[in-house]
Design a protein around this ligand. Structure first.
Ligand code: SF4
Ligand code: SF4
Length: 297
């Protein structure tokens, strides 16, 4: 895909075009999206090999695992355990702190686009959703993204009053992760239901409005060292918002956005998943990754 000659909206671009991008000199290279998919697939291949051939590198699932012996725990899982049992076992605390530190460095919701297996299904669903909308078979439906805070609270309150990790029954990350590593289970039917909701009801509805795992990572993302940064080469075409999972974070690209004559602005919202899709479609190169990691090192 050549972003300099194409307005690369989801609906107007072929699904696989965006795995390859073309730079200003016209040279083809693998796109950020290719590396994201590769990251998701490789993580799960290592999980699978660790279980099936005893590789012992990455054991468990995305909800709770051990990487070379170090515990890694999904922070929302830990919050649920605390709500349900009013204590956090030491291994859970260590695993959660490790994860929080990692994502403070690389960007909180980077988990959603570089690790979570549903991201691949989500991108397939949004392509089909946009095609159906274009053919006027279904309607676009948008909701207030802040609904996700209500779901986040509900699942913690449920854990508190029931003593069970209620969300884990619906956690499509855990269900998919377990299915890929240990094999099929009936719980996959819920993932299918979410996939169909995303296609026929509202684009990326689960990730945008429901998933408390992503919401928890967004709290980590807000102060993180890695961001997407916008600069004033932008001509406000808004193609970036079309491809973005969380378009509210790109309000800065609106013509009337209040940027106080700044030349560059970091996207400070923790909702940004650092997927890089906006960078890959911006024909003025006004969006780029920026990280303070180099300074920290
Ligand atoms: S940053 Fe500006 S120029 Fe680039 S895709 Fe977004 S709106 Fe268009
Ligand atoms: S702002 Fe860009 S990097 Fe962040 S979620 Fe949206 S498309 Fe992805």
């Amino acid at each position: 895909m050549n972003k300099y000659t194409t307005r690369a909206t989801i609906e107007g671009t072929s699904f696989f075009d965006t795995f390859i991008s073309v730079n200003k000199e016209g040279k083809k290279r693998l796109g950020i999206r290719f590396y994201r998919w590769l990251s998701v697939i490789l993580i799960h291949v290592v999980f699978i090999l660790s279980y099936w051939v005893d590789l012992q590198v990455l054991e468990g699932t995305l909800s709770g695992s051990r990487f070379l012996g170090f515990h890694l725990i999904d922070p929302f899982m830990t919050l649920q355990v605390f709500a349900a049992h009013h204590q956090i076992p030491i291994n859970l605390a260590i695993g959660t702190i490790t994860i929080v530190i990692v994502y403070l460095l690389i960007g909180g919701r980077a988990y959603c686009s570089w690790v979570c297996p549903y991201t691949i299904l989500g991108e397939i669903s949004e392509k089909w959703h946009q095609t159906l909308v274009h053919k006027k078979i279904i309607k676009e439906r948008f909701f207030d993204y802040k609904i996700k805070y209500i779901f986040w609270s509900i699942f913690l309150v449920l854990a508190f009053f029931t003593g069970f990790l209620v969300f884990e029954t619906f956690n499509i990350v855990g269900i998919l992760s377990r299915a890929l590593i240990y094999g099929y289970s009936l719980a996959l039917l819920f993932v299918v239901a979410v996939f169909l909701m995303d296609i026929f009801f509202s684009q990326r509805a689960w990730c945008r409005y429901v998933c408390p795992v992503g919401t928890t990572y967004s709290f980590i993302g807000w102060p993180s060292a890695t961001k997407v940064v916008w600069d004033d080469r932008c001509d406000h075409c808004r193609v970036c918002s079309d491809v973005c999972l969380v378009p509210h974070v790109l309000e800065i690209t609106k013509k009337n956005a209040n940027v106080e004559n700044k030349k560059t602005v970091s996207i400070i919202s923790g909702d940004c998943t650092l997927c890089g899709r906006c960078i890959e479609v911006c024909h003025t190169d006004a969006l780029n990754y920026e990280t303070k990691l180099k300074k920290l090192i």
